[in-house]
Design a protein around this ligand. Structure first.
Ligand code: SF4
Length: 160
């Protein structure tokens, strides 16, 4: 059976990022995966209903009665629900396609798997992961970022 891999659409050159741009990565392995039809592109934020372009957003720690994480735009709008909806839609697509892993854009409040911005909109990264990554991990789907393609390949090989 084919090995499907979920991928952040912006990594395939789709202009879905908050700034309306893409970040096409010229990675031979990813090109190969794409040619083989292994890749399932998703943009959780767009699937959650957010427009392109959109305000940058970061995850902040909740306070008081709302200890869970929230996603706030730079202008102060709470977009947590859209991010959560996008994450759930992404999981549905992952399950429908029986993906064995995800290759998602680093540092994004949706897609980041190791680091995210700290919520102060000052460009500072902290350890943590995005809203979609949390949902995928909870479903047992391993998440790699675009700098971990060789790790992803090792993982795929281990799967046989
Ligand atoms: Fe890329 Fe993910 Fe941001 Fe969409 S939500 S633009 S796929 S990093």
């Amino acid at each position: 059976s084919t090995k499907k891999i979920l991928i952040s659409a912006c990594l395939l050159g789709e202009p879905v990022r908050y700034d309306g741009k893409s970040i096409s990565i010229k990675d031979k392995t990813i090109c190969y995966f794409q040619q083989q039809g292994y890749l399932v592109p998703v943009c959780p934020e767009v699937m959650g209903g957010l427009p392109i372009p959109r305000e940058p957003a970061e995850i902040i720690k909740g306070v008081g009665d709302f200890p869970d994480r929230k996603v706030i735009t730079q202008g102060g709008f709470d977009v947590t629900e859209a991010f959560q909806r996008g994450a759930e839609r992404t999981l549905e697509i992952a399950l429908q396609n029986n993906v064995i892993a995800a290759l998602l854009k680093s540092n994004s409040p949706s897609c980041g798997n190791l680091q995210i911005y700290d919520g102060s909109f000052s460009g500072r990264l902290i350890e943590g992961f995005g809203i979609t990554v949390r949902v995928l991990k909870e479903a047992g789907i391993p998440v790699f970022n675009e700098l971990q393609v060789s790790l992803l390949c090792d993982f795929i090989e281990q799967q046989g």
